[in-house]
Design a protein around this ligand. Structure first.
Ligand code: DO4
Ligand code: MG
Length: 289
């Protein structure tokens, strides 16, 4: 099922969509305000998130889709967002072109151990509709559309859409600058919802597309499929959780395969729409930070 977290008059609410009907789970139980609340209660009750939500819909108000779109905020309060890199061949090629040390991208693409890096805290993660950031000290910036894995206590509880906004010029100058290329104000967006694994047939068979609009014109429009990914979600989770006590809620972005070619440069005023089949569309404007 599809779960949205809403911010309504300063209060959090949790909704679930089943088929074409959306229910306000917070109206059924005021203690359920976030996806994390629901996941925690389901775990204590030894039931699945979807089964618990289904039971609650019997006492829940129905809300319309427009209301959900208008109030949707980040779909899960992940304490940490991490990201995998060079998980698609095109990303490996693009990094080779940009980098002063291209061999390391080739090596990690072929290696057993994937590249996994820290991406964002809640303070750096923006909600659907809000502006992602491009750094003022960066010359070349891109959005990176990625499938997001939602984890609770290191177990996969859902999938979302993510944008690993990045400075290509800072990363290209020296790989040791990766944290500055990746982690800064408004560097990440996730949303619009979390979809539980029961509703995602195969996370490795999902169409993913991105459009970028500038001054009312579409200047980028491309699509790919997560079947192009050389890593599995389980493999990424396994490396992420090794010898690493992870927070109760975390998101791992699985890497990008839609790379706008140079001289494309993301700019303040652009609008980025990323759609992942069966999950939804994550839309953000762009600002300079
Ligand atoms: O190694 C740099 C980052 C790669 C990345 O973010 C991606 O492939 O999506
Ligand atoms: Mg990325």
């Amino acid at each position: 099922m599809h779960y949205h977290q809403l911010a309504v008059s300063g209060e959090r609410r949790l909704t679930v969509s089943r088929g074409s009907t959306t229910y306000d789970l917070t109206s059924a139980d005021a203690d359920l305000r976030t996806f994390g609340d629901l996941a925690r209660v389901a775990s204590i009750a030894r039931t699945s998130i979807d089964r618990l939500a289904s039971e609650l819909t019997e006492d829940a108000d129905v809300v319309d889709e427009g209301f959900v779109d208008q109030h949707a905020t980040v779909p899960v309060d992940a304490e940490e967002v991490w990201a995998a890199g060079v998980t698609y061949q095109i990303s490996e090629q693009a990094r080779e072109e940009e980098s002063s040390m291209p061999d390391m991208y080739l090596d990690v693409y072929d290696a057993d151990r994937p590249e996994i890096f820290f991406k964002a805290t809640p303070s750096r993660t923006v909600e659907p509709g809000d502006a992602i950031g491009v750094r003022e000290d960066s010359e070349w910036d891109v959005p990176e559309p990625e499938l997001g894995i939602v984890l609770r206590r290191g177990e996969i509880v859902g999938y979302t859409v993510g944008n690993d906004v990045s400075s290509r010029s800072i990363e290209g100058e020296n790989p040791l600058y990766l944290p500055q290329a990746k982690v800064y104000d408004r560097c990440c967006s996730i949303g619009p919802c979390v979809v539980t694994p029961e509703d995602v047939d195969d996370p490795h068979e999902l169409e993913m597309s991105m459009t970028i609009e500038r001054d009312g014109e579409i200047i980028y429009d491309d699509a790919t499929n997560t079947s192009e990914m050389v890593r599995s979600c389980d493999e990424l989770v396994s490396y992420f959780t090794r010898h690493n006590t992870v927070p109760e809620l975390a998101v791992i972005l699985t890497g990008t395969s839609l790379v706008p070619e140079q001289p494309f440069d993301l700019q303040a005023g652009d609008r980025v729409d990323i759609t992942v089949e069966g999950i939804g569309t994550l839309s953000n404007s762009v600002t300079t930070v």
